[in-house]
Design a protein around this ligand. Structure first.
Ligand code: B12
Length: 632
């Protein structure tokens, strides 16, 4: 309705202007719950730079088929006009955009479609195939878009679609693939007006926005092979003016936008980033918004990252700091060209977070080129039973990332699934990746939920059997899964892939709920005890029996009174603390003690708790948790 009213007023007025062809530029944006920053920037720039009597850049975005039909019908005006539709493609909206682009061509064959964004192929082969497959796509703009779009529209206005030579475009000229020179990035990105501050987005339903993206700079000094940070990697940073950035933050806060996504590749890499973080905290204090912030931090130990996280945690804007390590295997880091993030630097940052008791997440990736089952297990092992949460991403081959380069794919034998996920590499077969995924989900069950934490620790500390090896053996032991049904149920759950981004993080939801509601933890741990004693030839050990008793008591189950105090034959808290401090003895050498358990979230008696659980919420609270995660 809003679009129709706007268009009627608009065209009636300009109909009699003159006989020249009017070029009407409009953007397609199928996710109205956040503003299309990329299109907004490109369109604000061309709106500002191109003659208004020829170019009509419409500040409204078409989100679905009906409004596209309405738009095309209502622009059938007597004055000749050329409709140009702009599409900004990302992993999550490309299919939807291509559907509307196809429809636009069907409804208005003379319209022109221009596609850009990180998910629009620009590698020559992939791009040629894409253009031949998607004949409704007239032009592709590669990389930074503002300048290229302006010049493309000027060229279209002056000479139509034929023989466009400006830099940064690809198209088919009567079926012949044309790729012009790469466009260099703009030296002065501040000449691109802010679509927030210029009011370009004022026509949007801003109250619908759940989040909004801001850029404080562009560029990334790193060249990690799997990333496609807007194809500006390995390049010098270009900064947006500080005042502009702060004004955008306040513009969004004044409009009560819940979440700000900071688009920077390395937030914290510049000293001024602390001031930008401060500005977000002030806005929150002043308006109560944003509620939370999503950013990707600088990878090195620069103090500003810690300062920023501290500021944001204090302001209640941030739940945790996130460090994207991806892997710490030197050979894999070499293969993925991510050599400049030193593990030592990361460990220093980790210690700073621990000392300041700031929550920390580490991001790892599964199935990176060059990685193996062992390197992945080592990556997980470093964080097992630590206060650090582990967010594991399956490696996706982004269409414009250097990993998608045909030479690189052949060299590392990279095969991908339909959804772009890496299916196999020269160093990890498809079965190996599936098995590693199951190990990862079980790891999260043990580490994040604590389901087998202490038993795995006893095996490691007292028998030298590594937790990830135990988990690997369990995943491979098909017979055990038959013989021990409950053990089998958690392994089957671990082998079950879920199609969502937290598939390798927030795991075991169903099986843990079944174990809780039916108070089956004791039986699960008894079966695990039988399996490890048979598998590792461990004779009955009173220390291990104490650990199993505590392991079961720390899992939520109904019908219990809290605080609950249990008697232990051996002081497991002291044992755990000693080993955590690197100087533990055999548990049976510790005197008896008491352990008090609490259920602060009342998980035990809830009707059901299927939902996602934050780290360390599942395991009931006790002095053992305090050893691992000292209270703030
Ligand atoms: C904000 C953001 C998010 C947010 C919001 C997502 C959303 N719904 O918009 C969140 C945090 C949810 C997110 C999640 C993910 N993201 Co993200 N995200 C970004 C980020 C940081 C900013 C995007 C942005 O607006 N940038 C600012 C604009 C101005 O830059 P730009 O997009 O490059 O646009 C310029 C040019 O490309 C060009 N251009 C773009 N569109 C068009 C259109 C036309 C017509 C023209 C002419 C030019 C043009 O001009 C623009 C200005 O110069 C980018 C990285 C980055 N800095 O770009 C990653 C990025 C887009 N995300 C990426 C990925 C992979 C993901 C995840 C899959 C990661 C994961 N495994 O979980 C998830 C998937 C989420 C989902 N919904 O499925 C990849 C996408 C690659 C791709 N091929 O699409 C990027 C590029 C990062 C990377 N690592 O490479 N993401």
């Amino acid at each position: 309705m809003r679009l129709l009213n706007f268009l009627e007023n608009y065209f009636v007025k300009s109909e009699d202007a003159n006989t020249t062809t009017e070029i009407i530029v409009s953007g397609i944006h199928i996710m109205p719950n956040y503003p299309p920053l990329a299109l907004g920037l490109c369109m604000s720039y061309v709106k500002q730079s191109l003659p208004k009597n020829i170019f009509r850049v419409l500040p409204t975005f078409i989100a679905e088929e009906q409004s596209l039909k309405t738009f095309i019908q209502s622009t059938q005006t007597p004055r000749r006009n050329q409709k140009i539709f702009l599409f900004s493609n990302y992993l999550w909206n490309t299919d939807g955009n291509l559907r509307l682009s196809r429809l636009a061509k069907q409804l208005s064959p003379e319209c022109i479609t221009i596609h850009g964004g990180p998910n629009t192929p620009t590698h020559t082969d992939a791009c040629r195939d894409f253009l031949h497959r998607e004949l409704h796509v007239d032009f592709i703009v590669a990389g930074e878009g503002e300048e290229t779009l302006k010049e493309l529209l000027e060229a279209l206005a002056s000479s139509g679609k034929k023989s466009i030579h400006i830099d940064g475009v690809r198209y088919l000229d009567e079926g012949r693939y044309v790729e012009t020179n790469q466009r260099l990035r703009s030296d002065d990105i501040n000449k691109f007006p802010s679509p927030y501050l210029t009011g370009f987005f004022n026509g949007q339903n801003i109250t619908n926005w759940e989040a909004a993206i801001i850029e404080t700079n562009r560029g990334c000094p790193y060249s990690c092979i799997y990333c496609d940070w807007g194809s500006i990697m390995g390049q010098k940073l270009k900064e947006f003016d500080f005042d502009r950035v702060v004004s955008e933050i306040n513009w969004l806060a004044d409009r009560k936008i819940n979440c700000i996504w900071v688009a920077d590749a390395n937030f914290g890499i510049l000293d001024r980033d602390v001031d930008i973080a401060q500005a977000i905290c002030y806005a929150k204090k002043r308006t109560g918004y944003p509620i939370f912030v999503v950013q990707t931090y600088a990878k090195n130990v620069k103090t500003s990252v810690v300062e920023i996280v501290e500021l944001m945690v204090e302001a209640g804007l941030l739940a945790q700091g996130t460090i994207s390590l991806q892997t710490s295997d030197e050979e894999t880091l070499r293969v993925i060209k991510r050599t400049n993030i030193k593990k030592a630097q990361f460990d220093k940052l980790r210690r700073v977070f621990e000392k300041k008791k700031l929550p920390l997440w580490v991001e790892l990736m599964l199935a990176l080129p060059g990685s193996t089952m062992d390197t992945f297990k080592n990556d997980l092992a470093q964080y097992f039973d630590s206060p650090i949460e582990v967010f594991v991403h399956r490696t996706v081959m982004l269409v414009n990332s250097p990993m998608a380069d045909p030479q690189y794919r052949i060299q590392h034998q990279i095969k991908t699934r339909q959804d772009g996920m890496v299916a196999s590499t020269a160093t990890m077969s498809a079965n190996c990746i599936e098995e590693a995924s199951a190990i990862c989900r079980l790891f999260q069950g043990a580490h994040r939920l604590g389901m087998l934490r202490y038993i795995l620790r006893w095996l490691e500390w007292e028998r030298g059997i590594k937790p990830l090896d135990t988990i690997h053996d369990l995943v491979q032991d098909e017979q055990a899964q038959e013989r021990f049904p409950l053990l089998g149920s958690i392994v089957r759950d671990a082998k079950n892939e879920r199609n969502d981004v937290s598939d390798l993080v927030d795991t075991m939801n169903l099986v843990r709920e079944d174990l809780r509601r039916n108070s089956l933890w004791g039986e699960l741990h008894r079966q695990f005890l039988s399996w490890i004693t048979q598998t590792f030839g461990i004779v009955d050990n009173p220390g291990l029996r104490t650990v199993v008793t505590v392991q079961t008591a720390l899992m939520p189950s109904p019908g219990r009174q809290f605080p609950e105090t249990i008697e232990l034959d051996h002081d497991m808290v002291q044992w755990y603390a000693d080993w955590f401090g690197g100087r533990g003895e055999a548990l049976i050498s510790y005197a008896s003690s008491l352990l008090t358990i609490e259920d602060p979230l009342s998980l035990s008696d809830r009707i059901h708790c299927f939902g996602s659980i934050s780290p360390n919420e599942w395991e009931l609270t006790s002095a053992l948790m305090t050893v691992r995660r000292p209270r703030r």
